[in-house]
Design a protein around this ligand. Sequence first.
Ligand SMILES: Cc1cc2nc3c(=O)[nH]c(=O)nc-3n(C[C@H](O)[C@H](O)[C@H](O)COP(=O)(O)OP(=O)(O)OC[C@H]3O[C@@H](n4cnc5c(N)ncnc54)[C@H](O)[C@@H]3O)c2cc1C
Length: 265
Amino acid sequence: MSGTGKTILVLGGGVGGIVAANDLRRRLPARHEIVLVNREETFVFAPSLLWLLVGARRPEQISRPLRRLVRRGVSVTTGEVERIDADRREVLVGGRTLSADFIVIALVVLSALPVFGAVGSRTDADADSPRSVPALADSLAAGQLIQPEDLARLLANSTARQPAVLQVGFKVLFRSGHIPGSRYIGPASKPEGLAALKRALRKIPREQAIVLYCGCCPWADCPNVGPALHAAQELRSGNVGVLYIAKNLQHDWVEKGLPVSKGDQ
Ligand SMILES: Cc1cc2nc3c(=O)[nH]c(=O)nc-3n(C[C@H](O)[C@H](O)[C@H](O)COP(=O)(O)OP(=O)(O)OC[C@H]3O[C@@H](n4cnc5c(N)ncnc54)[C@H](O)[C@@H]3O)c2cc1C
C-alpha cells in the first residue's frame, strides 16, 4: 500500500477472522487496507453442522458468501494459505506471495502450517512467547494417542483398570452421543472449560489414567483437545492420553458400531 496506509492481512474467514476484519475496518481510517484471506468463498457456521447432520438444516441455511459478511472496505481473497513468514510479513496464498504490514492469524489449524518467525497469540496465556499456539502432535509421546477400537476394548474389559474418560468438547455434542461412562467437562478451548478440566483432574486419583476426547471436527481442526492435553500435562506427570478422532465422533466411533450413550449422563 502506498503513502502512509498499511496493509493488514487477516488469515481465515471463520467467525474469528470475520470479526477481526470487521472490527479493524470499523476502527481504522480508510487509508489502511484490510484483506481477508480464506480457503473458500463461503462462510459456514460450524456449530450448525450438527443440525445439518441430523437433517434439521439445509446447507444454504448455515452458509453465506463471505463477501456479504464483511464490512465495506474489507476485501476478500480466496486461496489456500500455504506458508506464513511472520518476520518478513509475507504469506504464500495459492502460490502467490502477499505482503503485509500486519498479519492476523485466525486459521485454527496453525500447527499444520509452516510458520516462520515470531508469532504471538493474544488468546494464549503466554501471549508474548513466539509460536505460542502449540502443535498437538509435538506434545504427544508414544502411547498417548489412543485409537477408538483400543479404548472401546479397554472399557469393555471388566477386569482392567478403567481410565477416567473426559469429554472436553461441546455440550450439544455430548448430549447427542458420547462414550459410555465418560464425563462431560466442557470445551477446553474456552477459559471456563479449561478451569472445569483442571478442577476435575485435581479430584481424580493420580494412579488413574486419563483419556481426553472431543470429536467435534477433524483432528487438526479440533479447538479443544490441544488445550486440554496441555492443561492435563501441566497438572499430571503422566498417565494422560488423547483419543484419536480422525474426522469426528460420529464417523470414528458411532459408525464403527462402538458403544454410545445419549443425554447428559
Ligand atoms: C460441529 C461443531 C460444533 C461446534 N459447536 C460449538 C458451540 O456450540 N459453541 C461454540 O462456542 N463453538 C462451537 N464450535 C466451535 C466453533 O465453531 C469454533 O470455535 C469457531 O468456528 C472457531 O472460529 P475461528 O474463526 O477461530 O475458526 P474457523 O471457524 O475454523 O475458521 C477458520 C477459517 O480458516 C480457513 N482456513 C483454515 N486453514 C486455511 C488455510 N490454510 N488457507 C486458507 N484458509 C484456511 C477455514 O476454511 C475457515 O474458514 C463447534 C465446532 C464444530 C465443528
